[in-house]
Ligand binder design. Structure first.
Ligand code: NAD
Length: 304
């Protein structure tokens, strides 16, 4: 029997489907690092979402490990290089949550432009701030998309329907219908809204920093549903305080949960709309992620 361990929560139906396969011996429990290190030598297939960090030491102790499955997109919680060196395959589910993330991006963009979160909070506190909450329309504005891959494209399609002009920067994409591909400096210069949809890599770490913010239009709105580390949050904080950046809408943070001093300070600003990394947290996305992951896993293990 193939030993499978699920270390992060997965859809109930997916667990049942895994357990129903007579070829698999499945355990599901979130083990913290030390316990995972102790158990990993027995495991052949490790399934995680984003909470488990599959670091080099975990992989190296996994002498029987042949597959690491990430239920989701980003592989930044897995040391893919070490896995590849050890001949361990890494599977993920690209695309399964793209629509959910794109829809949240729009929700955040609208919330930032129209002060939806602040209006809600004020009303809950019994304050009528109607005259303070004048916002801006999306219609006729320019949206700059950094990274026009699976999610970036879904955002672009929706922005076009909203009557926005869409420009994008992506060193690996030459064209996408309805979108003008530009260089980064031009994107910064022309965009009223900037949304990030890149992986977190050496090139994208702190891509949005004091220098890049200085190149942006005054009053730009920045949305990030990709990875926290793409924005230098100290520089964003300064730009929000100086009102160079009108508002920011964040689903992801360099430190999650964002409870250190810098992030607490950032979240207290009235021009911030924020959600706790819920881009892929919809019923539809999670069902799709689980279905795609199991399909790929069963194909890989040649189980019907
Ligand atoms: P993708 O791989 O389909 O697209 C990423 C795009 O970024 C690609 O087109 C790539 O060419 C481009 N890119 C790479 N380096 C770049 C750079 N230096 N500058 C500009 N573009 C660059 O990935 P995706 O599925 O669209 O996911 C995008 C991001 O969203 C990832 O960081 C992923 O982890 C994140 N994500 C977040 C959530 C969430 O819950 N908030 C859920 C799913 C995915």
């Amino acid at each position: 029997m193939i030993r499978v361990h699920v270390n992060d929560p997965l859809e109930k139906e997916a667990i049942e489907m895994l357990k129903a396969k007579p070829q698999l011996n499945v355990t599901c429990e979130h083990l913290e690092k030390e316990k995972l290190l102790a158990m990993i030598p027995e495991i052949e297939v490790l399934i995680v979402r984003s909470a488990t960090k599959v670091t080099a030491d975990v992989i190296e102790r996994g002498t029987k490990l042949r597959l690491i499955c990430r239920a989701g997109v980003g592989l930044d919680n897995i040391d893919v290089e070490t896995a590849q060196k050890r001949g361990i395959k890494v599977l993920n589910t690209p695309g399964a949550s793209a629509i959910s993330v794109a829809e949240l991006t729009f929700g955040l963009m609208l919330a930032a432009a129209r002060h939806i979160a602040r209006g809600t909070l004020d009303l809950k506190n019994g304050i009528w701030t109607k005259k303070d909450l004048e916002g801006v329309e999306l219609f006729g504005k320019t949206l700059g998309i950094i990274g026009i891959g699976t999610i970036g494209r879904e955002v672009a399609k929706r922005a076009i329907v909203f009557g926005m002009n869409v420009v994008a920067y992506d060193p690996y994409v030459q064209r996408f219908e309805g979108v003008r591909i530009v260089n980064l400096d031009e994107l910064y210069a022309v965009s009223d809204f900037i949304t990030l949809h890149v992986p977190l890599t050496k090139e994208t770490k702190h891509l949005i920093n004091a220098e890049s913010i200085a190149k942006m239009k005054d009053g730009v709105i920045i949305v990030n549903t990709s990875r926290g580390g793409v924005i230098d949050e100290a520089a964003l904080y300064d730009a929000l305080v100086k009102r160079k950046v009108y508002a920011a809408a964040l689903d992801v943070f360099e430190v999650e949960p964002p409870n250190d001093e810098l992030r607490k300070k950032l979240l207290q600003l009235p021009y911030i709309v924020a959600t706790p990394h819920i881009g892929a947290s919809t019923i539809e996305a999670q069902t799709r992620v689980a279905k795609e992951l199991l399909q790929r896993l069963f194909e890989e293990l040649k189980i019907s």
